[in-house]
Design a protein around this ligand. Structure first.
Ligand code: GLN
Length: 335
């Protein structure tokens, strides 16, 4: 830019000299008209530069304004997120210290084979992992069972020390809690009636999609399908709604999805729609507890114990599903 302006000025000056000569004016005149031309050119250069500077300033100001707007937007989003978490935490019951010699796990026991009820007892893969953590700490495990969307707020509010509920590690959740190393790689699937199969995400657009409240399946419906899901309190109640024709399809984590369709001839599941990992969550800022939790999980993985626990609990959940199936169907519970 600067270069071309200078070339222009030089050309103006040169042509002034040339024309001056060809008109055979006096030397003085030639010199003076050349001087004028050079001074005009210099002014042009100055003006162009000033205009360019103005433009640059304008652009810079606009960029600054945009940046300030962006900063404000980020600030607002941060405040909204922090507010939402603070609200949820305040909504959860006040912190109570655990009983002497115990460590509490908070979960949501409708998620076989990770956590489910066998009679009154909560059992599952997550329970076994937390029992091993409790043992490493020389403590007994106590279990708190709440709705899935209260699990993390309750942990943050100090109602429990460990949260394990087939919790997918997500960027949003990482801002609220600390996660252990993951202990399983999994994801979500469609659960559908074989008469109307769903394999691709887009097929569910505009359909009534049932999900469990507060889950990554709910996020999927909002973010990938751009619509509001139908909310249920468990994968099983979402499935009951599918059977009753109240929703067109259900999205749930693959293992509980397999559990709900066990022995149900007319239903099937799709391939994975996402890849997710489960981990144990603890309240932020406890490096020692996190190190212990990670050591225990890595130990269970390396020794093959985790695979054994998974097989045992899957068999147990399947046996329970078979027993459930023998019972008359329950009415679906939508929220
Ligand atoms: N993995 C899913 C999530 O974290 C669902 C977990 C659950 O329903 N227990 O959102």
């Amino acid at each position: 830019m600067k270069y071309s302006v200078c070339m222009f000025a030089a050309a103006v000056a040169a042509s002034a000299l040339f024309f001056g000569c060809s008109k055979s004016d006096s030397n003085k005149d030639i010199l003076s008209s050349a001087k004028d031309a050079v001074s005009d050119a210099a002014t042009a250069v100055k003006d162009t530069a000033a205009a360019a500077a103005d433009k640059t300033a304008e652009v810079a100001t606009a960029a600054k304004d945009k940046a300030a707007e962006a900063v404000e937007a980020v600030k607002d989003a941060g405040a909204a997120a922090a507010g939402a978490v603070a609200g949820a935490v305040a909504g959860a019951a006040a912190a109570v210290a655990p009983k002497e010699g115990t460590i509490r796990m908070i979960t949501e026991a409708t998620f076989p084979p990770y956590e489910f009820r066998q009679g009154k007892e909560v059992v599952g893969i997550d329970v076994e992992i937390c029992k091993a953590i409790a043992k490493a700490l020389g403590k007994e495990l106590a279990i708190e069972d709440v709705e899935f969307d209260s699990v993390l707020p309750s942990l943050i509010a100090g109602k429990a020390e460990l949260a394990a509920a087939g919790i997918t590690v997500t960027e949003d959740r990482k801002m609220q809690v600390d996660f252990s190393v993951p202990y399983v790689r999994t994801g979500i699937v469609f659960v559908y009636a074989k008469a109307t199969p769903f394999e691709k995400g887009e097929q569910a657009k505009g359909k009534k999609v049932g999900v469990q409240n507060g889950t990554t399946s709910a996020d999927y419906v909002r973010e990938k399908l751009g619509q509001e899901p139908e909310m249920f309190d468990s994968p099983a109640s979402a499935f009951a709604a599918l059977k009753a024709g109240k929703v067109d399809v259900v999205i749930a984590d693959i293992d509980p999805a397999k559990a709900v369709i066990k022995g149900q001839d007319g239903y099937d599941i799709s391939d994975l729609l996402t890849v997710e990992e489960y981990a144990v969550a603890i309240k932020k800022g406890q490096p020692e507890l996190l190190a212990t939790v990670n050591k225990v999980i890595n130990g269970l993985k390396d020794s093959g114990e985790l695979d054994k626990i998974t097989d045992d609990m899957t068999a147990k959940a399947n046996a329970m599903a078979a027993a459930e199936e023998a019972k008359p169907a329950e009415a679906p519970k939508a929220e």
